[in-house]
Design a binder for this molecule. Sequence first.
Ligand SMILES: *Cc1c(COP(=O)(O)O)cnc(C)c1O
Length: 373
Amino acid sequence: MSLPRPKNLIRPLVHDLHAYVPGEQPKIKGLIKLNTNENPYPPSPKVLRAVKAAVDGRLRLYPNPTAEKLRAKLAIFHGCQPENILAGNGSDEVLALAVRGFVEPAKNPKSKIQNPKLLVQYFTPSYSLYSVLADTHGAVKNAVALNADFSLPSVAELQRGGQWNFHAALTLVTTPNAPSGRGYSTAELEKLCRAQKGVVILDEAYVDFANENALKLALKFPHVLVARTFSKAYSLCFQRVGYFVGHAELIAALDKMRDSYNVNGLGQIAAEATLDDLKFYRANFKKIISTRARLARELTKCGFRVLPSATNFILAKPPLFPAEAWLEKLRAKKILVRWFSAPAVKDYLRITIGTEAEAQSLVQAVKDVIRDA
Ligand SMILES: *Cc1c(COP(=O)(O)O)cnc(C)c1O
C-alpha cells in the first residue's frame, strides 16, 4: 500500500497561493533598518516595566480570552463601548477575520461575472496583504488604481471609471495610504463610505502621524470598521496587538470566529500600559514628524522627488539610478530601505523615518552615492 503524497492532501487553492512577503529582518548587526516602518524609539519605560513584571510563573496560565481590560481602556480612549472593540493578534488578524466573516468564498474566484457578495475590493497601491487575504479565502478581488498622484478617486470618478463596485462585500482602504504615505481627509472618506453598500474597513495603521483620523466614521456608520495597531506608532510590533472599532453587531460576528486566546497575555499587558502613558508616545510622534520634514527637505536637495507623507515613512523617487539600484547601493552602506516592483511604485524607494541620527546617516550615504556616481 502506498502512502499519500503531501501535494494531494493540500487544497488546490492553497497549493497555488503566494504568501505575503514581509520586509527583511536582517541578521547582520549594525544595519540601519528603514525598511519595515517600525518605530525607531523603544516603548515607554512604564510599558517595559509592566511586561517584565508579568514574566514569572503566571506564564503557565491562559490570558484573558476577550482582552477585557484592554478593550475597556480602548473604549474609554475612543469614546465608545467595549462591545465596539475587537482585539486581535496584530491588526493583520482582525483584517483576516473580516474577510472570512463578511465575504463569501467563490466557486471560481477567477471568473469574470461575479456576485458582489464574493468581492474584496481595495485600491492599488495599498497594503499588499489585502490580496493575500482575499486569495486565501477564495474571494474575488477588485483592485482599482488610485489616481496617478496616489490621491483617492472621488465617488464621481469611481462611478465614471466603471471598475469600482459600490456593492462589494468588503472594501479596504489604507488611510493614510501605504506605500505612498499620502493622507486622506475624513470628508472624502465619509463620501466614499456613504456610497458603499458593503463593509468598509479604514486601515489606520499610520494615523498617529497624520493630521486627522476617521475614527468617528466607525462610530457613526453601521458598515464602517476602523483598524488600528499598536505596532507602528506605539513601538510594539513584537507583541502583535491590533483591533477594530465599529458597530457592535459586526464586532460580535467576528468575535465568534476568532481563536479563543487570540491576544497573547504579554501583549495585552503591554498594550494596556501603553494606553496609560500616551504622553510618552505623543512626544515620539512629534519627533518622527519633525524628522520626516527634515529628511524630506534634505533628500529634495539631493535631487529626490519626495511625496508628501502623513505616515512614519516617505516615498521618494531617487535621481541618477533606478530605484532598485539605489536599494543595493544603500545596502552596501549598511542602510536598508524598501523597494516594490509594482509598476505604480517601482521608481520609488520607501524609507521609514528613523531617529534623527539614522536620518542623518541616510542623507550622508545618499550624498556619498551621488558623489561617487
Ligand atoms: C503594518 C500594517 C498593518 C499590520 O499591523 P499589525 O498590527 O502589526 O498586524 C496593517 N495595515 C497596514 C497598512 C500596515 O502598514
